[in-house]
Design a protein around this ligand. Sequence first.
Ligand code: ARG
Length: 451
Amino acid sequence: GGVECPRRRSKLKRYLWRRDEGAPVDEIIMRFLAGEDVLLDRELFPYDIRATAAHVRGLARIGILAENESGRLVALLEELLREFQEGRFVLDERFEDGHSAIEMFLTERAAEMGAKVHTGRSRNDQVAVATRLYLKDRLLHLAELNGQIAFACLQKAERHADVPMPGYTHLQRAVPSSVGLWMGGFAEAFTDNLALTLSAWDMVDCSPLGTAAGYGVNLPLDRDGVAQELGFGRLQVNPMYAQNSRGKFELIALQAAAHAMQDLRRLAWDLSLFTTSEFDFVVLPEAYTTGSSIMPNKANPDVVELLRGRAATVEAAMAEIQSVLSLPSGYQRDLQLTKAPLIRGMTCSLQALAIVPDMIGGLALRETVMSEAISVEMYTTDLALEKAASGVPFRTAYQEAKSQLDAVDAPDAAASLAQRVSPGGCGNLLLGRIRERLEQQHSRILEKKPI
Ligand code: ARG
């Protein structure tokens, strides 16, 4: 056998847009055009099928399809979804993309009827609506995970509210703090991430279907009815914007994911520090540590480190999309390149965040070690403020306290924490307010759940 010539003419694959009498399709160029698209479309396929069924029913409402035709097509689409989910229908390189696969499946089984399905739509609004449905699903999942992480942190904060630990600035010992303050901070952060995710969901909750190639069509499409059937809150009105928002909405969704991943990165950093022998404040649940292949003594926090590192994947995905989006108005094939980073960024965020709630729940706190790490000079801020409260100008009180760094007798962490009564401080954590807002935001998820 000699060297195989890679430039082969395509026989197996069929294309929706090919003229029968046209020149044979060049395999290398087609492979370049498709890229990994058909494989990525596996993520979008169920949504594409659902949106296609809604489009078919919409066509029946305006008389383009007869009742029996739309009924048959919808039944076939349900069959396709089943076969896909059971692995009997495989979306692979035989097709240019998921959209072509749907139409070919329908035309193979219902010839003439199947050939009517694309009336009044383009692959441009088809991919947009499938992506929109995908985003809505993933954002709900992201919202739920943010909620679970916030609840886990809040529970930790409530249970160990007054356990003293050092508070650091610049990674240097600063003032006595508490587990309630440390964990309460992450509870509030993930409540914000939950709220942000829900606003991202609101933003993407609009249907682009029925905008076709980006200029509308000469048919009285029932766009509102189709949008409603698909569970969208509103229409995306302008057909050109339906195309120009491709990538923009993906970025909004990834932005929500990135905030969660950035807060997770900080939490993971804290845990990787606090689990060292040098700190020894926290012990991770065993399932979250791994051994070393050479050092028998090691239990490494690999999981925590990968949680920390995953923020990079999401940020890179956003950078990739932003870079693709340097485009003029209207559909451009470049937009296809937003799909891979979107799916990569979303999938890796959800996968990382999913393991966090149980990890937080399972953290063991070494309370004595934490308490003993609060050294005497850390009380001098209390001392300065005590003097100031009794009338000494603060700058004078500060200077006096500075000259007595080790003068606090019988340092008492519990008393120091209890006296920190400024709202939100260790003696007045207001965890109830954080819980109230978290519960309120969390209940918004239910309103958005598909019925
Ligand atoms: N795979 C394409 C994409 O993701 C589908 C749309 C193709 N549209 C077109 N006009 N070539 O953008």
